[in-house]
Write a protein that binds this ligand. Structure first.
Ligand code: HEM
Length: 441
C-alpha cells in the first residue's frame, strides 16, 4: 500500500498538474524557483503563439541540452588520441551496448541544431524581431548580435566535433575547412597554424579540437544563451508584445517634483513609480505557469522524440581510419560549409598568368562581409515601429525579399555541394554514376 502511495506521489510529481490559484501564488513560485526565474510572472498571449516564434529558439536549446547529455556520456568512452580515437569510436559502434544510438543521437542533434538555429535566425529576421519597439530600456539589436555569436559558436562546436572520429570523412572535411581559412592574405597560414596547433592535422589538432569541443565552446554557448534570455526579459519580452502595446493606452505616470526618493542610495528618482519593461500588463497576458511551462515541456518532448526517431533511421557514418596519404575525391567540407566550398570553386577562375583566388573570395571575404552586414543591419534597418514582431510586414517587403534570396542561395548551394558534386567537383545528377577513380594517392 505504501509503495502504491509512493508511486502515486511520484506520478503526480512527474506529471505536475499544479495550477496556481492566484497571480500571487504563481509569482511566488517563480521567485522561489531558480529555473523558473528565467520567466516573468506573466507572458503575453502573442508570445505564446506557435505561429509567431515556432519555438525555434527553444528547440535549439533543447538540442543543445541533448548534445551536452549525450556528449558527457560519450566522454567516458572516447579517447582523444590519434592512435586510439578511431578504435574507440568503432567500439562505440560495434561493441558498447547502444553505443551506436548514443553516437547517432549526438550526431543527429548536432546537425539539427545547426539547421534549427539558422531557421530561428530567419524567423527573427522575417518578423523584424531585432528592432526596438516601445518597451522601456530595450536593446534588441544587441540580442541579435548575441544570437549571431550563438550561431557562430554552434558552427564551431559542430566543426570541432567533426574531426573527433578520426576517420577519412573527419580528416578530409577538416583539411578542406582549414585550407580555406589559410587562404587569407598574409595571416592565412598563421590562422591555420593556430587552428591546428601545427602545420598538419595530427595529435596537436585533435587535442585542440577536443578541448574546444567539450569545454570552451559549450561554456561560451551557455554564457551567451543566459545573456540571450536575460536580454529578452530586459527587452520586455518577445518583439510581438510591441504590437500588442500599440493598441493600448500608455500607463499614466504622475511625476512628483517636490520630493526625491532614494532606494538605499543606489538609485534616486522623483517618482516612487518603478517603470516596468513590460509594455502590456493585464489584458493580453496570462500566467507563465502553467501556460508557458506547459508549452515548453511539449516542445522539449517533441524535440526529443524527433531526435530519437531520426537517430534510429539515420545511423552515424564511420568510414575507414584517417589516412593523410589517401585523398578522397571529392574531399568535402562539413555540409553547412559546402555553400562556401561551392562559391570557392566557382570563383576560382584562371585568367592566363593569374588566377582569381576563390578561397579568398568565398572563404574569407564573403563570410566576413556577411557577418559585418548582419551586425550592422539592425541599426541601419529603417522600418518603423509597426513592423516590429510582425511576420512579413509590408513595410519590410524589400529587405525581406533580399534576405530570403540570400538564404535560398545558401540552401541551394548547400544542396548542390552535398548531393550533386562528384570527383574534381564536377556536377553529377543523382541518377548519374561517378567515374571509378574517386581516390587520389
Ligand atoms: C544556440 C542558438 C540559439 C538559442 C538556443 C536561442 C534561443 C532563443 C530563445 C529560446 C528565444 C525565445 C523565442 C523562441 O523560442 O524563438 C530566442 C529569441 C531570440 N533570438 Fe535566439 N537563440 C539562438 C540563436 C539566435 C540567433 C542565431 C539569432 C540571430 C542572429 C537570435 C536572435 C534572437 C532574437 C532577436 C530573439 C528575440 C525574438 C523576439 O523578440 O521575437 N538567436 N532565442
Amino acid at each position: 500500500m505504501q509503495f502504491l502511495n509512493q508511486l502515486t506521489a511520484l506520478y503526480k510529481k512527474l506529471t505536475w498538474t499544479w495550477n496556481p490559484g492566484s497571480d500571487k501564488e504563481a509569482g511566488d513560485a517563480i521567485v522561489k524557483n531558480v529555473l523558473l526565474h528565467a520567466f516573468p510572472n506573466k507572458v503575453s498571449k502573442g508570445s505564446l503563439s506557435w505561429k509567431y516564434s515556432m519555438y525555434l529558439g527553444t528547440i535549439s536549446f533543447v538540442l543543445f541540452v541533448i548534445l551536452v547529455v549525450t556528449g558527457l556520456i560519450l566522454m567516458f568512452l572516447y579517447v582523444p588520441s590519434v592512435e586510439r580515437a578511431y578504435s574507440s569510436v568503432k567500439d562505440l559502434e560495434f561493441v558498447v551496448s547502444f553505443g551506436w544510438l548514443l553516437r547517432s543521437l549526438h550526431r543527429i542533434a548536432a546537425h539539427l541544431m545547426v539547421a534549427v538555429v539558422f531557421l530561428h535566425m530567419v524567423r527573427v529576421f522575417l518578423t523584424g524581431a531585432y528592432k526596438n519597439g516601445k518597451s522601456v530600456g530595450s536593446n534588441r539589436p544587441l540580442n541579435w548580435i548575441i544570437g549571431l555569436g550563438l550561431l557562430l559558436m554552434t558552427l564551431l562546436l559542430s566543426f570541432t566535433g567533426y574531426l573527433l572520429p578520426w576517420d577519412q570523412l573527419a580528416y578530409w572535411a577538416i583539411t578542406v575547412g582549414t585550407n580555406i581559412a589559410s587562404s587569407a592574405p598574409v595571416v592565412g597560414d598563421k590562422i591555420r597554424f593556430f587552428l591546428l596547433g601545427g602545420n598538419f592535422i595530427d595529435q596537436n589538432a585533435l587535442i585542440r579540437f577536443y578541448v574546444l569541443h567539450v569545454f570552451f565552446l559549450p561554456m561560451i554557448v551557455v554564457f551567451l544563451f543566459v545573456w540571450h534570455m536575460w536580454r529578452i526579459r530586459k527587452d520586455g519580452g518577445l518583439a510581438v508584445v510591441d504590437q500588442e502595446a500599440l493598441t493600448q493606452k500608455p500607463e499614466k505616470v504622475i511625476p512628483v517634483k517636490s520630493k526625491t526618493y532614494s532606494l538605499l542610495g543606489i538609485t534616486n528618482g522623483s517618482s516612487v513609480h518603478v517603470q516596468t519593461t513590460m509594455v502590456n500588463e493585464e489584458e493580453n497576458s496570462v500566467a507563465s505557469i502553467p501556460n508557458l511551462t506547459r508549452r515548453l515541456w511539449l516542445v522539449t518532448l517533441g524535440t526529443i522524440i524527433v531526435t530519437v526517431i531520426l537517430s534510429i533511421i539515420f545511423r552515424a557514418p564511420l568510414e575507414a581510419a584517417a589516412n593523410p596519404a589517401v585523398t578522397p575525391n571529392p574531399a568535402k567540407a562539413p555540409w553547412y560549409f559546402l555553400w562556401l566550398q561551392e562559391i570557392v570553386t566557382i570563383s576560382t577562375i584562371p585568367l592566363g598568368f593569374v588566377t582569381i583566388n576563390g578561397a579568398l573570395i568565398g572563404g574569407i571575404i564573403l563570410p566576413t562581409v556577411m557577418i559585418c552586414l548582419a551586425v550592422w543591419w539592425p541599426y541601419r534597418d529603417p522600418s518603423g515601429i509597426n513592423s516590429v514582431g510582425v511576420w512579413f510586414a509590408p513595410e519590410r517587403k524589400k529587405q525581406n525579399r533580399i534576405f530570403i534570396i540570400i538564404c535560398l542561395f545558401i540552401i541551394i548551394f548547400t544542396i548542390i555541394g552535398t548531393f550533386l558534386r562528384g570527383p574534381y567537383w564536377n556536377f553529377y545528377f543523382p541518377w548519374e554514376a561517378w567515374p571509378t577513380m574517386p581516390v587520389k594517392y
